[in-house]
Design a protein around this ligand. Structure first.
Ligand SMILES: Nc1ncnc2c1ncn2[C@@H]1O[C@H](COP(=O)(O)OP(=O)(O)OP(=O)(O)O)[C@@H](O)[C@H]1O
Length: 379
């Protein structure tokens, strides 16, 4: 059941939004359809009802493996669905677009925009989607990989071609690693690959620096209840000056070391995002759990503000169980900031009451047992 009574168009035009979402055989959802307007979306219901599954489906309208980093085969509805489909009608600056992604029998997913088969990366140019999920609670504490992935997603929202540079770099690195493992010593085999890594790696580095610059600018002087994060990039290559020629030389000089390890030990694929709680001068990893979450939210909100300030499009935000971790003051501030940005933020929780402050500023969807969906008006 859906409720179409709320008209779209009551938000600033620069916010991306889904106006319809359809799922087929997607995890716990056999068939589901949601009609939406541009307001934030509150999904509430008991544990295991399928709220995060809905966020995951939305996340697959952007390039990559989605917010659970699942393979297509894992997503198909158990026990017997051979494949799955996610369809969305999205409102972007380019107008309304029909987006579909599907996978059959575990094969890599196909993407169609307005019925036309397109490469997955085309999604990144169409729609910006950022997420914050409970497994990211330890983002500042655990290894650099998660932070790098977060930074790259943010970077992609500013520079959609960042995903292409990352793929180019990884492809060349995989081939270089194969040579290293096979103990190939002839420099002729390495030169073209290292040139490609240096070219794409420098682009990746510059894109990341540009994204950090946008985040810093958006945090400065912003009226927000969330703490500003001081940000720095560890480029993954000690002593690299950021120039393409230098990276190429460093790769050539590091061959013997890398051959002993059987893989490329230094480069932008080892970069890290360093953050600290600016007002306290404390590293993010040493902050309290709530503060760490607040820093992440602060960056996501800064990302949305920066895109709006640049005349770009405010991303769709997927915030799984975030409200439950915030005190009442911060929760109200989060709702106010999301609404001021006009962002279509999808938020989940088991209790509807924690979203009461949103009132009619949001659309409420009850996700019931057996994945039944119903759209409700606030009291
Ligand atoms: N491939 C699949 N096929 C069928 N069901 C699945 C599949 N993958 C996961 N599920 C089921 O989906 C259900 C809903 O999961 P989901 O994480 O969306 O719940 P949720 O509403 O977010 O719950 P919580 O409040 O506990 O976070 C789980 O019971 C899980 O067993």
């Amino acid at each position: 059941m859906t409720d179409d009574s709320h008209q779209s168009g009551d938000r600033p035009a620069q916010a991306a939004a889904l106006l319809e979402l359809g799922l087929l055989h997607f995890r716990s959802h056999g068939a589901a359809r949601l009609a939406l307007d541009t307001r934030p979306v509150v999904l509430f219901g008991p544990n295991g009802a399928g709220k995060t599954n809905l966020l995951e489906a939305v996340s697959l309208l952007s390039p990559g493996r989605g917010l659970r980093r699942a393979t297509p085969g894992e997503i198909a509805r158990r026990p017997d669905a051979p494949g799955w489909v996610v369809r969305g009608t999205v409102r972007t600056q380019a107008g309304l677009r029909e987006v579909e992604t599907r996978s059959e029998r575990g094969a890599s997913r196909e993407v169609r925009i307005d019925g036309k088969l397109v490469p997955q990366l085309a999604l990144g140019r169409l729609l910006r989607i950022l997420w914050l999920i409970p497994s990211m609670d330890r983002l500042w504490i655990e290894g650099a990989e998660g932070r790098r992935r977060f930074l790259d997603r943010v970077t992609m929202s500013f520079v959609p071609d960042h995903a292409g540079a990352t793929l180019d770099y990884e492809k060349a690195m995989r081939e270089r690693n194969r040579l290293l493992k096979d103990q190939v010593t002839d420099p002729g085999w390495y030169e073209a690959l290292e040139a490609q890594m240096a070219r794409a790696g420098t682009q990746i580095h510059q894109n990341r620096l540009a994204a950090l610059g946008h985040l810093r600018a958006a945090q400065e002087g912003a009226e927000t209840a969330f703490p500003a994060a001081g940000l720095a990039l560890d480029n993954g290559t000690g002593g690299w000056d950021g120039a393409e020629g230098t990276l190429r030389e460093m790769l050539a000089q590091g061959r013997a070391r890398d051959m002993a390890a059987g893989r490329t030990l230094a480069g932008p694929h080892r970069a890290d995002l360093l953050a600290h709680y600016a007002a306290k001068g404390i590293n993010a990893r040493d902050c309290s759990t709530g503060e760490q979450k607040a820093l992440l939210l602060s960056l996501i909100l800064a990302n949305a503000r920066a895109l709006a300030a640049l005349g770009g499009e405010v991303p769709v935000l997927l915030l799984d169980e975030v409200a439950a971790h915030l005190d009442a003051g911060r929760r109200a501030a989060l709702y106010d900031e999301i609404c001021a940005l006009g962002a279509q933020a999808w938020m989940t929780g088991t209790e509807r009451a924690i979203f009461d402050d949103l009132g009619r500023r949001a659309q409420f969807i009850h996700v019931g047992e057996a994945a039944g969906l119903s759209t409700l008006d606030p009291d």
